[in-house]
Design a binder for this molecule. Structure first.
Ligand code: DON
Length: 304
């Protein structure tokens, strides 16, 4: 496994087209695009890593997997009154389908859906309480208390919140958002700002590898059915309008973020985190996708 990761990192180092770093969040525009990291955590507790696998990056939309897990844990199937579970085929920040579907977002991974999940898990509490809950949950699943929000990234997103604020107000007009919009957005931007390395992120995904249980720590995070369902949502919706391409080339559940990270789950085998900040035209890590395609070719880990 270590040899496979070293080979992939070497191959990625020779790539010249890294894609384009997200700049609609100004704080992310400063990140050096010439970085690549990969880590795999396996159920026996091993972590294999190569490249910039211990460098912290902004997990962005990957955090939506964690808040969905919290939402399923707190509300069970009740979470589906707040958000649907169909692929959107639209960009992550699209508003168009929201109007046709009475302000109910298609799935928990588009921005509108993730904002609705935050509103659902707040349950009348102040942002601080919900943020504490999210961070404690990430500490718990990653087995690492050192993980933090990046307040600069969160502030940068709050300052440039127009599109997400529009989505949230639009949903609120249909009664799908209950709390104050800026409070919900404050929580959402902080969850997206969480800074993690590939090694930490790979560990955090382990519960999805083994039906809701982190086999290494022995802790159950969520029940087996919920774990399978999160994986199926990642497969169908985790890459927005690039979900078909990801399923075609990688064939595993995955969730991307505009920070350039992708968390990918190979059920029964391992939790894989890749990171390279340059993005393709739909906002997913360009080298990240290439690296995962190679990994699956070398390991045969596709679910198909
Ligand atoms: O709300 C946003 O636009 C960002 N905080 C998250 C978007 C994102 O990561 C999309 N993923 N590829």
């Amino acid at each position: 496994m270590q040899q496979i990761l070293d080979d992939i990192a070497a191959e990625m180092a020779s790539e010249t087209d890294h894609g384009k770093v997200a700049d609609y969040i100004p704080q992310l525009a400063h990140v050096d695009p010439n970085q690549f990291g990969i880590a795999i955590a396996t159920p026996d507790g091993q972590v294999y890593a190569a490249g910039n696998a211990s460098t912290l990056f902004s997990i962005q939309s990957i955090s939506k997997v964690f808040t969905l897990t919290i939402g399923l844990g707190k509300l069970g199937d009740g979470i589906w009154t707040h958000v649907g579970r169909e692929p959107s085929g639209d960009p992550f920040n699209s508003i168009t389908v929201l109007e046709y579907e009475s302000g109910r977002p298609r799935n928990p991974f588009i921005n509108a859906g993730a904002i609705a999940v935050v509103d659902a898990i707040m349950m009348g509490h102040e942002p601080k309480a919900t943020l504490g809950e999210i961070l404690r949950f990430v500490h718990f699943i990653a087995d690492d208390d050192s993980i933090r929000f990046d307040h600069k990234v969160a502030a940068s997103e709050m300052q440039h919140r127009d599109r997400n604020a529009a989505l949230a107000h639009f949903m609120k007009s249909f009664g799908h958002i209950k709390h104050d919009v800026d409070k919900v957005l404050g929580v959402y931007f902080h969850q997206c700002s969480i800074a993690m390395s590939c090694e930490q992120l790979a560990r955090a995904g382990l519960f999805l590898v083994s039906n809701g249980v982190n086999q290494h720590t022995g802790v159950r995070v969520i029940n087996a059915q919920q774990s399978r369902r999160i994986n199926s949502l990642m497969m169908m919706c985790g890459h927005y309008d690039g979900a078909g391409e990801f399923a075609y080339r990688v064939g595993l559940p995955g969730k991307s973020g505009v920070g350039g990270g992708i968390l990918t789950i190979a059920p029964g085998k391992g939790s894989i985190a890749v990171w390279s900040p340059g993005l393709d035209h739909v906002g997913n890590s360009k080298l990240g996708l290439k690296a995962l395609e190679l990994l699956v070719q070398k390991t045969g880990w596709s679910v198909f």
